[in-house]
Design a protein around this ligand. Structure first.
Ligand code: 5AD
Ligand code: SF4
Length: 513
């Protein structure tokens, strides 16, 4: 939306809400900060500032008393964790959580922009919420997350979805109290989306889901600019948290009894690249986290390009560093990888996988694959099939390429019909099912350690949890073992899960340093 269109819509950007309540009516006619993918693409040299001064403004204290919030999360773990931060802010404002939209005073959709179908789900949900808004005009409906960072989405919502009261972006989460406050007073839709990433705020509150497994951000953003991917635009430039802050957070979680940490970043292997003052990279961080007395440490997501020897050396030390690595390959064809701007070749990936397997003989590798990238030939697709077999992945997440407006790949003329892409996906999925079932078979009769999540989704009498290698295990046991690591003997191996018999709780060993 340009300045003229904004004026026509009666919306002009204003940076700060007035402190004086009286000035609000005028202010609310004018609140509008729109996103721009063009601006989001820019990568400047500006230093990142770190803050730990987040606090809920006195004006907003008690805003949520007697009110309930509901957040629906789409997309990746980064989004799940952002939801925990927003839930923490809601709790700080006095709101209570609810798990039904009918019960909520504020409904947020924390959205994902990675593929078109992720976006369609959100638009579908907004359609359902229209009826709710009609029945209950006082409910506030908000959109946040990655879709909010796209100007086309914001324009579409402004034009078509008047049931929406507020839109804010991934860089504005800490502004939630202000945005809610504005939304309560405003007759207009409140739009506050910054295209450029902000600073790192260390002390945002978090209402974590569960008390066994926790996500810990180590960095934000992505500078890789794979040609198909919207993330560098929706999440901004790479910014790493300081090592001491991460280590302190993990130590605290360990002290609180958490058993498993997943460290999060859009490309964790780029961790520390942005530090000017210290030479401290992802391998160093994992080496330090390894020394913390917590049962399991995972990480996601990796990029093969920055996966260095030091990291492999550290992961090979084992201990609490799990022997499962998710390493997205995207394609087995060097030509396609080049057009995707992945910055590695098929040969480089195979070499890296071999190096990892040599250093960690027991390792399990999983991956992400995109089929039907613009103009992918049959031969290039066959290279993906053959690479998948050659690496010996346990399993994979597979996707049909989805053009994302604003990315370079979306401008490529694509001569591959959708029917062909669907057939390729089917063939790949058949292979993935086969390898997944194969990987499960050897577990039959073995005893595995399972971190118990809770009741299984299908049957409340059965408990479910995951092994270090991220295999889902179902078994019957007393509910008192939820949150503990237990031994389970595997009785049956299925394609996607294992069934077993409970043996007993694993006595906690001290981490070897
Ligand atoms: N189309 C299809 N799949 C995509 N991914 C990322 N962008 C796209 C896109 N435009 C997949 C990649 C990535 C995973 C999270 O989503 O495989 O690793
Ligand atoms: Fe979706 Fe990517 Fe945003 Fe995660 S970072 S929510 S996968 S678009």
């Amino acid at each position: 939306m340009n300045e003229q269109q904004r004026k026509e819509a009666g919306l002009v950007k204003t940076p700060e809400a007035p402190s004086n309540e009286k000035d609000y009516s005028q202010y609310f006619q004018t609140v509008y900060a729109a996103p721009s993918l063009k601006d989001a693409k820019k990568r400047g040299k500006e230093e990142i500032s770190y803050h730990d001064d987040f606090k809920i403004d006195e004006r907003f204290q008690g805003m949520g008393t007697g009110r309930k919030f509901y957040i629906r999360t789409y997309g990746c773990q980064m989004n799940e964790h952002d939801t925990e931060v927003m839930a923490g802010i809601f709790r700080g404002l006095g709101y209570e959580p609810t798990d039904t939209v009918e019960d909520a005073n504020v409904i947020l959709l924390n959205t994902c922009a990675i593929r078109e179908n992720a976006e369609n789900k959100v638009f579908g949900e907004l359609g359902h919420l229209k009826a709710l808004k009609r029945r209950n005009p006082d409910v506030l409906i908000g959109i946040c997350g990655c879709m909010s960072q796209e100007e086309s989405v914001v324009n579409k919502v402004l034009k078509t979805y008047d049931q929406v009261d507020m839109i804010f972006g991934t860089h504005n989460i800490h502004r939630l109290p202000h945005i809610l406050h504005e939304a309560y007073f405003s007759k207009e839709m409140v739009v506050e989306v910054w295209s450029k990433e902000g600073d790192i705020i260390e002390n945002l509150p978090k209402a974590r889901i569960g008390n066994t497994k926790a996500w810990v951000n180590i960095m934000y953003g992505c500078d890789k600019f794979c040609t198909y991917c919207i993330v560098p635009y929706t999440r901004g430039k790479e910014r790493s948290r300081r090592p001491a802050d991460i280590i302190q957070e993990v130590r605290q979680l360990a002290a609180q009894g958490y058993q498993e940490i997943t460290v999060l970043g859009q490309n964790v292997n780029a961790y520390g690249k942005d530090f000017d003052d210290v030479d401290y990279r992802f391998g160093d961080l994992m080496d330090d986290l390894r020394k913390i007395d917590i049962a399991r440490i995972r990480f996601t997501t990796s990029h093969p390009r920055d996966f260095d020897d030091h990291l492999i050396e550290v992961l090979a030390k084992g201990g609490n560093l799990v022997d499962h690595i998710h390493l997205p390959v995207q394609s087995g064809s060097s030509e396609i990888l080049k057009i995707m701007a992945r910055k590695y070749t098929r040969e480089h990936y195979l070499e890296l996988a071999q190096k990892i397997k040599t250093a960690i003989p027991n390792v399990t590798l999983t991956t992400d694959i995109i089929v039907g990238f613009p103009n992918e030939t049959d031969e290039q697709f066959e290279e993906t099939m053959s690479l998948y077999k050659e690496v010996g992945f346990d399993t994979a997440y597979t996707y049909i390429y989805s053009p994302r407006e604003g990315t370079p790949a979306a401008k490529m003329v694509d001569n591959i019909p959708m029917e062909v892409k669907k057939q390729r996906l089917q063939r790949l999925n058949a292979l993935v099912n086969e390898t997944s079932a194969e990987a499960m078979k050897p577990y039959k009769g073995k005893i595995v350690e399972v971190l118990v999540d809770g009741e299984s989704k299908k049957n409340p009498e059965v408990l479910a949890g995951y092994t270090e290698k991220n295999k889902l295990v179902n078994f019957k046991a007393p509910h008192s073992v939820i949150g503990k690591i237990v031994n389970v003997k595997i009785i049956e191996a299925k394609t996607w899960s294992l069934d077993g018999e409970y043996i007993g709780v694993v006595e906690k060993e001290k981490v070897m340093i």
